[in-house]
Write a protein of this length. Structure first.
Lengths: 229, 148
């Protein structure tokens, strides 16, 4: 007899626990002046500095636009205690399948930018899949879809503004609760539309010794990224 | 061979003419850009010789329209953002849907946290269009609904 599929993250919670998790998001907000943070893949700094706009090459380099940022982001105020690449790896769970991030990276680059328009951000609430390699859950399976709907229902029951979240199914270590998966360093996460990067945004380097060094500042569409060293 | 990139960025319409902006509005002003050979509007623009372009700093209230523009298309039924189109027809896409099981089935891969990307052929795209988010409306909303 095969073991029943166990959906991790939000799938492992009771409905009451999902509602408690969702209620957090009625208090955790993004304002126009909130500083947001995004971990950049190791090759991204060079591509930003080179003002690269590229369709990418399948299997070699992904599409890229130096003027744009989006995807999973967190608030700077929630990650002030993180100092090293390993800290960010753990708190933001950058160990997703196929990730280019490794905890022994000599440096990690972080994009810091003002939120500006809160409606560019949504909470990813839903369900993950594939936690246990011995009991993998395909993320198009009925249990995953049911858990995602249950999390969306919990958000509605908790009074989370429906304009501020979206029901998403992503691979583990996405949790579906809107909080990253580390039990100690987990932080609220958002998904940002791929919109222009605001002028004045900076790319900051964190090394293994915990040193924080700004390395580039964005001057807008026409002037690009200015190196700071 | 020349081609026009899919548009991404902030665009303002001033005196009936649309211009690219350098950035989002700052201090209720936007910096308009033009790379035309001639000054597009001598009442507004001055030459930035170092960067080989014309610039004009104008109040947001002087803009008839101000929009955050991105380019989108459908690939195998999935709404995507178009980043770039090469002369040979290769197109860079970011997946905009909420169900990444669909993304994976259709060959997208996760390239950074929360970003699923694929390079496809332009002939596989449908419903190619621009998405315009009205920045004047957002500005008006925040002004009249503080704290919301």
């Amino acid at each position: 007899m095969t073991a029943p599929m166990r959906v991790p993250g939000s799938g492992a919670l009771t409905q009451h626990e999902r509602e408690l998790a969702a209620r957090v998001h009625t208090f955790v907000k993004v304002e126009p002046d909130t500083i947001m943070v995004k971990a950049l893949a190791p090759a991204a700094l060079r591509r930003y500095l080179n003002r690269e706009v590229s369709q990418g090459v399948w299997g070699v380099a992904p599409p890229f636009d130096y003027r744009v940022a989006g995807g999973t982001v967190v608030r700077a105020q929630d990650v002030t205690q993180l100092r090293t690449p390993a800290d960010f790896m753990r708190a933001l769970r950058l160990d997703y399948p196929g990730s280019p991030f490794r905890p022994d990276l000599p440096v990690l680059h972080i994009l810091e930018f003002p939120a500006l328009a809160p409606n560019q951000y949504v909470k990813p609430l839903g369900a993950p899949s594939v936690d246990d390699p011995n009991n993998p859950v395909p993320y198009d399976s009925d249990p995953v879809r049911a858990a995602a709907w249950a999390m969306a229902d919990a958000a509605e029951a908790a009074g989370v503004d429906p304009n501020t979240y979206r029901k998403q199914i992503n691979p583990w270590p996405y949790t579906g609760t809107g909080i990253t998966a580390d039990p100690e360093l987990g932080v609220p996460e958002w998904w940002r539309r791929y919109d222009p990067i605001p002028g004045g945004s900076t790319i900051v380097e964190f090394n293994r010794e915990g040193m924080r060094t700004p390395v580039a500042v964005y001057r807008g569409e026409a002037f690009g990224w200015e190196p700071l060293r | 061979m020349t081609y026009t990139r899919p548009r991404t960025g902030v665009y303002a319409t001033v005196n009936g003419v649309e211009y690219k902006c350098n950035d989002y509005p700052r201090d209720d002003q936007v910096l308009l850009l033009s790379r035309e050979a001639e000054n597009p509007d001598p009442r507004l623009f001055t030459r930035d010789e170092a960067n080989q372009l014309w610039t004009a700093l104008v109040p947001v209230d002087q803009c008839e329209r101000l929009a955050d523009v991105t380019t989108r298309a459908d690939y195998r039924g999935n709404r995507c953002q178009v980043l770039s189109i090469a002369p040979n027809g290769d197109v860079g896409l970011y997946f905009l849907g909420d169900d990444k099981s669909v993304a994976e089935k259709d060959g997208f891969i996760q390239v950074d946290p929360g970003t699923w990307a694929k390079t496809v052929n332009i002939h596989d795209l449908r419903t190619y269009h621009e998405q315009h988010a009205d920045l004047r409306y957002e500005r008006w909303w925040r002004k009249h609904h503080p704290g919301q």
